[in-house]
Design a protein around this ligand. Structure first.
Ligand SMILES: [Zn+2]
Length: 405
């Protein structure tokens, strides 16, 4: 079993130890007799840092528990086989560790606050590189519950209460009334005691006083399988997150030439305007298509008791092309529309009035095969896109020739 120095002192960033085992294979690693490096467990992620052997400094990229209670330090680069007992010096990335202590201790305070105020129990804790989350065992979670728990958690932080590490037997732990008892059957338990606020069994690294957490900011909440997930950030992460939020909000406010607190109102107003303009545009497009259809039909002579309207247009998307085809084929019972648009995307629409004898889908397929395009459709209406506008007009002419033959 590795002697875990962080059990007694979370602020030990620099330590001496001896090599027990070296892994020289595909994933180089070291096992030491003692370590201050924290391995991923209990929701808290691992430390990184360096292990120095004589003049060589090895980068530790990940730290994990083994099944037999030892701690493996995975190294960035291969290492030669070191004899057991080789003295080493470990140095932990203190900035990362302090951040983890702030998040993890913040979690204890927050979980206790949800219990104290609303009797909502934490069922799991997750720490990622940029945010943390707890899952609360509850079918509902209100804004008031979130805000009051955040307020109480920050009060406990401001009161700067001592955070003590105690080791007790399992029986003693039962009498203490812990917030969280581990499932593992261990004789001795490590208790994290936030003075007169929270007692829980935990193997993680924590601050010495709640003031070192700095602050806690609750963020997104979402429904998950076993209750509600609450994302939070503590300490410097909370400051960095608030800074990022403020920057995003300030940039958005500048777009509206507004104060940041007026952004929701301005955004709502803009969305309403967009909706109303979209409606107006749709109506205008309908009217335009109807007028254009009527004009096109007027200038197209009838042949074999059918009018074949052939047009290549520009700046028409597929929808407006289809709209025009629809208007044309509904204006009169014997119309075939062969339409193309050169931009924004080169495209084709073939349509005929209901009851006409041709097969637009088949003609479209034939045309697209020649133009390297994709699409399809039914007997009365078909559409397709092609890679370039070259050859669109002559394709329409050949379809028209087929129809007239
Ligand atoms: Zn903990």
């Amino acid at each position: 079993m590795t002697d875990r120095l962080y059990y007694h002192d979370s602020f030990l960033y620099d330590f001496e130890a001896k090599v027990e085992e070296t892994a020289v294979g595909a994933r180089p690693a070291l096992i030491l007799d003692r370590t201050a490096f924290y391995p991923t467990s209990g929701g808290q992620i691992f430390d990184i840092g360096t292990i120095s052997i004589e003049n060589e400094k090895l980068k530790v990229t990940e730290v994990a528990d083994t099944e037999d209670g030892r701690v493996v330090h995975y190294l960035e680069a291969p290492v030669k086989d070191l004899p057991p007992g080789t003295p080493v010096r470990g140095q932990i990335d203190a900035t990362r560790r302090r951040d983890h202590m702030q998040q993890h201790s913040g979690q204890h305070v927050l979980s206790a606050a949800f219990i104290r105020l609303h009797n909502l129990h934490t069922v799991s804790f997750h720490m990622a590189d940029d945010y943390c989350s707890i899952d609360l065992d509850t079918p509902t979670l209100t804004k008031e519950q979130i805000e009051s728990a955040e307020r109480l958690a920050n009060e406990i932080i401001l009161e700067n209460r001592p955070v003590d590490i105690r080791f007790v037997t399992r029986d003693q732990a039962g009498e203490l009334g812990l917030r969280k008892l581990p499932a593992a059957d261990r004789d001795e338990l490590r208790i994290i005691d936030i003075r007169e606020f929270d007692l829980s069994a935990c193997g993680g690294t924590h601050v010495r006083q709640t003031g070192q957490i700095g602050c806690i900011l609750l963020r997104k909440v979402e429904r998950v399988r076993q209750g509600w997930r609450v994302e939070f950030v503590a300490g410097q992460r909370a400051v960095a997150t608030a800074r990022r939020d403020f920057t995003a909000l300030t940039e958005t406010a500048a777009l509206f030439s507004a104060q940041i607190y007026d952004v929701p109102q301005q955004a709502r107003k803009s969305l309403d305007e967009i909706r109303s303009l979209r409606k107006q545009r749709e109506q205008a497009q309908e009217e335009l298509a109807a007028a254009q259809a009527s004009a096109l039909l007027g200038e197209t002579p009838e042949s074999n008791s059918c009018r074949i309207v052939i047009r290549t247009l520009s700046d028409r998307d597929m929808n407006s092309l289809k709209l025009l085809a629809q208007k044309l084929t509904r204006l009169s019972p014997r119309v075939v529309a062969l339409l193309a648009s050169t931009s924004p995307q080169p495209s084709l629409v073939f349509a005929q009035s209901a009851g006409q004898p041709f097969d637009m889908g088949a003609l479209m397929k034939q045309t697209l095969a020649a133009l390297n395009g994709r699409g399809g459709g039914s007997k009365d209406m078909a559409q397709g896109g092609v890679p370039t506008p070259d050859g669109l007009q002559s394709a329409l002419d050949s379809v028209s020739a087929i129809l007239r033959s």
